[in-house]
Design a protein around this ligand. Structure first.
Ligand code: AMP
Length: 259
């Protein structure tokens, strides 16, 4: 049994996860649930894109065996109060900008693991920190599941696919390219031999220019800070606001090809 948790409004990135799960498991459950507990009061829960019928036809074509699309009341029944408390992995980056977000993510994924009982679960590396939090949670809570990370699926111009790209006007969609352009510039500098994390971070910030940066960091792939020079690998990780959309992107230089 394989599981691919999603919030719906599915695109090719999600479908790639489903195909990977189908390769690893003979029966693949895709969950579609816009999880209220991972959204803050000022987040986009109410306007998050929803298209269950469209999603179900895409999933049939991608080879999913079953779709699990519960109501909020089914996942959080009367009197429920239990949450998964996350730790240091969830603290930096998105954890600083979205208090409580990863507690909500870890809680709903634990519920999905318990309900579905998968032996393998596939998550995207686009949400790099989320993947790290879920790996930690699965290990700490002894879920008998292998957590697989899938590479970022990108549009033809390199922009990472995201359900939130639907919020972008055509002009903003053009501006959204700066995220991948920043990763490319810093990735090329790394490939040219640059190993100073501060220099790579300065390149990220310079290319992002006037966009609203939540964070643009150069970290160890385990999310810790570098003390001194980079070794063979580094995580370049970005969160920016473009119009109403909060966009994420990342690249592990020394491991992944520059996009
Ligand atoms: P979401 O519906 O945004 O919660 O995403 C559901 C799953 O799909 C998560 O594991 C995401 O990391 C993954 N995902 C979303 N976009 C992409 C992408 N462009 N490439 C790879 N995985 C993705």
């Amino acid at each position: 049994m394989g599981l691919v948790p999603t919030m719906g409004a599915l695109h090719e990135g999600h479908l790639a996860l489903v195909r990977e799960a189908r390769r690893l498991a003979s029966f693949v459950v895709v969950s579609i649930f816009v999880n209220p507990t991972q959204f803050g009061p000022n987040d986009d829960f109410a306007r998050y894109p929803r298209d269950l019928d469209g999603d179900v036809s895409k999933l049939e074509a991608a080879g999913a065996s079953a779709v699990f699309a519960p109501s909020a009341g089914a996942m959080y029944g009367p009197g429920e109060e239990t949450r998964v408390r996350v730790g240091a992995t969830a603290a930096p980056l998105c954890g600083l900008f979205r208090p409580g977000h990863f507690e909500g993510v870890a809680t709903v994924v634990a519920k999905l693991f318990a309900l579905v009982g998968p032996c393998v679960a596939v998550f995207g590396r686009k949400d790099y920190q989320q993947l790290a939090v879920i790996r930690r949670m699965a290990e700490d809570l002894f879920f008998p599941v292998v957590v697989v990370g899938h590479p970022i699926v990108r549009e033809a111009d390199g922009v990472a696919m995201s359900s939130r790209n639907a919020y972008l006007s055509p002009e903003e969609r053009g501006r959204a390219r700066v995220l991948v352009e920043a990763l490319r510039a810093a990735g090329r500098a790394f490939e040219g031999g640059e190993r100073n994390p501060a220099v790579l971070q300065a390149i990220l910030r310079r290319v992002l220019g006037g966009e609203v940066i939540e964070y643009a960091e150069v970290l160890r792939p385990d999310l810790g800070p570098f003390e001194g020079a980079i070794g063979d690998r580094a995580l370049l990780v970005l969160a920016c606001r473009v119009g109403k959309a909060r966009l994420l992107d990342n690249l592990v230089v020394g491991e992944e090809a520059v996009p």
